[in-house]
Design a protein around this ligand. Structure first.
Ligand code: BG6
Length: 298
C-alpha cells in the first residue's frame, strides 16, 4: 500500500510516514503550515500554521489502534452521527473513522497543499450498511485549513446520511473560551434527555457539554483569551453544529484523554448534518459538507 501511495508524495512537501505506534500518516509541510493526517479514518491529526501553536488538539494520551479512532484532530463521523439510529451495537459515529482510506490525489498549489482520499462504501457488509456510496475527503493545508467531505449516492434508492467533521480545537484554558455565532440558536441537549433549549448569548463552557445546535451557522468564532487567539470556522452544507467537552468525569471514563486536566485544553466544535439535519441524497446525487479554519491573534 505504501508503494502505491508513493505516487502521491510531493518532494519536500508531502511524505508518507509511519509513527512510533505504527500508524500510517501523511505529513505535509509547506511555506504556510504543517499538517499530519492518518490514513485510518482520513483523520487529520495536526494543523499548525507557521509561527503559531497547533490549532487542533491531539490528546496526549492518544492511542493508535486498528479499528479505533484517535482522540483528537478531526475524525470523520460517517454515515451516521452518534449512536446508530436502530442498532446500538453498531459503532458510534459510523465506520468511516476506523477504516483505511485510499489516497487518490495530491496537488501542490500556490501557498497550500491538497490531498484527496476516498472510501468506497459500496463494499461494506450490507448487514452494517445496506447502501452504495463513495465518500471523498479533500484536505487543503495552507494559512487556512479546508476540509470538503463529499458523499455520492451510487445506489438506486435515496440515501439518508448523518455525519460530522468532528473538530477538536486546542485552547489555552476552557474557562477563557467564548464561542460566538450560535446566539439565539435552538439546541438539543444530549445530557438532558434531548431537551430542546435556546442559546442565550455566546457559548461559555463550565461543565460537561454535549449539544447539537440546529440551524445553519455559516461562521463561528472561538475566542481564546488564554492563548490570545481567535479561530474562525466557516461552514457550508451543514445546518447543525455540535459543541462537546467531556469535562473531568467523562474524560476519565474515556481512557484516552491523557492527564486528568487535559479536557481543559480542548473544545469540539463539529461541522455536522446531525439530528433533524440528516441529509437525504437521491440516487446519483451528491452532498458536500465543508469547513474552513483560520487562526489569528486576538
Ligand atoms: C460527540 C458526541 O460528537 O462525540 C458525544 O456528541 C460523544 O456524545 C463524543 O461522547 C465523543 O465520541 P467518541 O465515540 O469519539 O468517544
Amino acid at each position: 500500500m505504501i508503494d502505491r501511495d508513493q505516487q502521491f508524495a510531493i518532494s519536500g512537501e508531502l511524505a508518507f510516514t509511519t509513527n512510533p505506534q505504527g500508524a500510517r500518516l501523511i505529513e505535509i509541510e509547506n511555506a504556510s503550515a504543517r499538517a499530519a493526517l492518518a490514513l485510518q479514518g482520513a483523520q487529520l491529526l495536526d494543523w499548525t500554521p507557521v509561527g503559531q501553536a497547533p490549532v487542533l488538539w491531539l490528546s496526549p494520551g492518544a492511542l493508535y489502534r486498528e479499528g479505533k479512532a484517535v482522540r483528537g484532530g478531526i475524525p470523520v463521523c460517517w454515515p451516521w452521527f452518534g449512536p446508530h439510529p436502530e442498532n446500538p451495537a453498531f459503532p458510534a459515529h459510523g465506520f468511516a473513522r476506523t477504516r483505511s482510506w485510499q489516497v487518490i490525489g495530491s496537488e501542490k498549489l500556490l501557498d497550500s497543499t491538497r490531498v484527496t482520499l476516498c472510501l468506497d462504501a459500496t463494499e461494506v457488509d450490507p448487514k452494517l450498511w445496506p447502501h452504495q456510496a463513495l465518500v471523498t475527503l479533500t484536505v487543503t493545508v495552507g494559512t487556512e485549513l479546508r476540509l470538503d467531505l463529499a458523499t455520492e449516492n451510487r445506489g438506486d434508492t435515496a440515501l439518508e446520511v448523518s455525519q460530522a467533521l468532528h473538530s477538536y480545537l486546542a485552547v489555552g484554558d476552557i474557562a477563557a473560551v467564548t464561542v460566538e455565532g450560535l446566539e439565539g440558536t435552538d439546541y438539543i441537549d444530549q445530557l438532558q434527555d434531548a431537551r430542546r433549549l435556546r442559546q442565550k448569548g455566546p457559548v461559555v463552557i463550565g461543565e460537561e457539554v454535549d449539544r447539537i445546535y440546529l440551524g445553519g451557522c455559516p461562521e463561528l468564532q472561538l475566542l481564546d483569551t488564554a492563548l490570545g487567539r481567535r479561530i474562525r470556522i466557516a461552514q457550508s452544507g451543514s445546518a447543525s453544529t455540535v459543541v462537546w467537552n467531556p469535562w473531568a468525569d467523562k474524560a476519565a471514563r474515556l481512557g484516552d484523554m491523557g492527564p486528568a486536566e487535559s479536557y481543559r485544553q480542548m473544545l469540539c466544535l463539529e461541522t455536522a448534518n446531525a439530528a433533524d439535519d440528516a441529509v437525504t441524497i437521491p440516487p446519483g446525487g451528491a452532498h458536500r459538507l465543508s469547513v474552513e479554519f483560520s487562526a489569528t491573534a486576538l
